[in-house]
Design a protein around this ligand. Structure first.
Ligand code: NAD
Ligand code: DAU
Length: 357
C-alpha cells in the first residue's frame, strides 16, 4: 500500500515511519513542513530505503496537498502533523489554530475529493487516520480511579488541546456528513528516543547533564500516563490498517506517574549511568526547582485502553522502568542528534536544497 504520513519528521511520526519501513513492505510518503519540531535526522536509519519518500510541504496549502494526493495515490493517510507543545500554545496560539484546525480541514477536503474519484476497490481500502490526544478530554481529579474512555465528554483546557478537539470534531463530521472513511486515536503522553527537548522527559535528562535547573511546574503532583513511543507507533499502524471505519480508540500505557516522580526517576538513573557530574553538582535531584505553574494545568490524565486491546489485540511491550532506562541511554548515546536539533543546522541545509530545486 501507499501510506501518506503527515508530520513524519516529528517525534511520533518518525517512529511510525521507522516501524512501517522496518516491518512491512508498504511505501511511505512523509509530508512535513520541518518546523522547529521536525527533524529529518530522526529518519536517517531508513532514509535510503527505496520505499521512503519525503516532501517538504505545509498541510495548509490546498493546491500542494491536491498535487501530493494526485501524484502519490495514497491508500491510507496517517495525519500526525500538528503544533504539539502546550506551553507554546499558551504563549502564542496562532500556529496551533492554523496547523491543527485549518491544516486538518484542508486535508479533509483534499481527501474527500480524492476519495470521491476512487474506484470501488480503492474506496474499500482507503482510510483517513487522525492522530489525536487524550488532552481533548480535559483532566481527571487527582487521586481518583477514573479513566478516560472513548465516550468521555470533550473538555479541553489549553489552546493546544482545544485545537486538537476542534480537529477531532471536523474529522467526525467529514465521516458522518460525507462518508469519508476515518478512524481517530487519542493517546496519552509519549516518551522515548527523538523526543524534542522542550518536553518534560528529554528536557530533564539534558538539563541534568548540563547541571542546569530541572523545572517542576507548581507542586509537581500532576499525573501523566506515559507510553513508550514505539508502542504507540505499533498501535497506530494496527488502527490505520485494521480498525473499523468511524471508530475511535484510546491508547495508553497504564503508567500513571506524578511529574515529580518522573523527574526523580531520571535523576536516579543518571546517578547510576553518569556519576561524574558537572562541577559543583552534589546529586542530580538537587537541581530540581519548583517554578510557577502552567496556566490551566491539567491535573491528571489516565487512559482506559481496553477497547484497542480487545478489538485489535494491542498491548504495550514496554513498562515505564525499562522504557525510561532505554530513553536516558539513547540521549547519552545520541548527543549529535541533540546538537543538530538544537542548532537546526541540518534542517537549514535541507530547506536550502529544496529552495534551490
Ligand atoms: P512533534 O511536534 O514532535 O511533530 C510534529 C511534526 O509536524 C513536526 O515534524 C512538524 O514539522 C510537523 N508540522 C507542523 N506543522 C506542520 C504543517 N503545517 N505542515 C506540515 N507539517 C507540519 O509532535 P509529536 O509529539 O510527534 O505529535 C504528533 C501527533 O501526535 C500530533 O498530532 C499530536 O497532537 C499527537 N499526540 C502527541 C502526543 C505526545 O505525547 N507527543 C500524545 C498524543 C497525541
Ligand atoms: O497527553 C498527551 C500530550 O502529552 C500530547 O498531546 C502533547 O502533544 C504532549 O506535548 C504532551 O503534553 P504535556 O503538556 O503533558 O507534556 P509536557 O512534556 O509539556 O509536560 C508533561 C508534564 O510535566 C505536564 O504536567 C507539565 C509538566 N512540566 C513540563 C515541563 C516542560 C514541568 O513540570 N516542567 C517542565 O519543564
Amino acid at each position: 500500500m501507499n501510506i501518506l504520513i503527515t508530520g513524519g519528521a516529528g517525534f511520533i511520526g518518525s517512529a511510525v515511519i521507522r516501524h512501517i519501513i522496518a516491518n512491512t513492505s508498504h511505501n511511505v510518503l512523509n509530508i512535513d513542513k520541518l518546523t522547529y519540531a521536525g527533524n529529518l535526522e530522526s529518519l536517517v536509519d531508513i532514509s535510503d530505503s527505496s520505499r521512503y519518500h519525503f516532501s517538504l510541504n505545509n498541510i495548509c496549502n490546498k493546491s500542494a496537498m491536491e498535487k501530493v494526493f494526485h501524484d502519490f495515490e495514497p491508500d491510507i493517510v496517517m495525519h500526525l502533523a500538528a503544533e504539539s507543545h502546550v506551553d507554546r500554545s499558551i504563549t502564542g496560539s496562532a500556529d496551533f489554530i492554523e496547523t491543527n484546525i485549518i491544516g486538518t480541514y484542508t486535508l479533509l477536503e483534499v481527501a474527500r475529493q480524492y476519495y470521491t474519484n476512487l474506484s470501488d476497490i480503492k474506496k474499500a481500502i482507503f482510510r483517513f487516520h487522525h492522530i489525536s490526544t487524550d488532552e481533548v478530554y480535559g483532566d481527571l481529579e487527582e487521586g481518583s480511579d477514573n479513566l478516560f474512555v472513548e465516550s468521555t465528554a470533550y473538555a479541553p483546557s489549553s489552546p493546544y488541546s482545544a485545537s486538537k478537539a476542534s480537529s477531532d470534531h471536523l474529522v467526525r463530521a467529514w465521516y458522518r456528513t460525507y462518508g469519508l472513511p476515518i478512524v481517530i486515536t487519542n493517546c496519552s503522553n509519549n516518551y522515548g528516543p527523538y523526543h524534542f527537548p522542550e518536553k518534560l522527559i528529554p528536557l530533564t535528562i539534558l538539563n541534568a547533564l548540563k547541571g542546569k535547573p530541572l523545572p517542576i511546574y507548581g507542586n509537581g503532583l500532576q499525573v501523566r500516563d506515559w507510553l513508550y513511543v514505539e508502542d504507540h507507533a505499533r498501535a497506530l499502524f494496527l488502527v490505520a490498517t485494521e480498525a473499523e471505519i468511524g471508530e475511535t480508540y484510546n491508547i495508553g500505557g497504564h503508567n500513571e506517574l506524578k511529574n515529580i516522580d518522573v523527574v526523580k526517576g531520571i535523576c536516579n538513573l543518571l546517578e547510576e549511568l553518569v556519576p561524574n557530574k558537572p562541577n559543583g553538582i552534589g546529586n542530580y535531584v538537587d537541581l530540581i526547582t519548583y517554578v510557577k505553574d502552567r496556566p490551566g494545568h491539567d491535573l491528571r490524565y489516565a487512559i482506559d485502553a481496553s477497547k484497542i486491546q480487545k478489538e485489535l489485540g494491542w498491548t504495550p511491550n514496554e513498562i515505564f522502568e525499562t522504557g525510561l532506562r532505554k530513553t536516558v541511554q539513547w540521549y547519552l548515546d545520541n548527543q549529535d542528534w541533540v546538537e543538530n536539533v538544537e542548532t537546526g543546522e541540518y534542517k537549514n541545509w535541507i530547506q536550502k536544497q529544496y529552495q534551490n530545486n
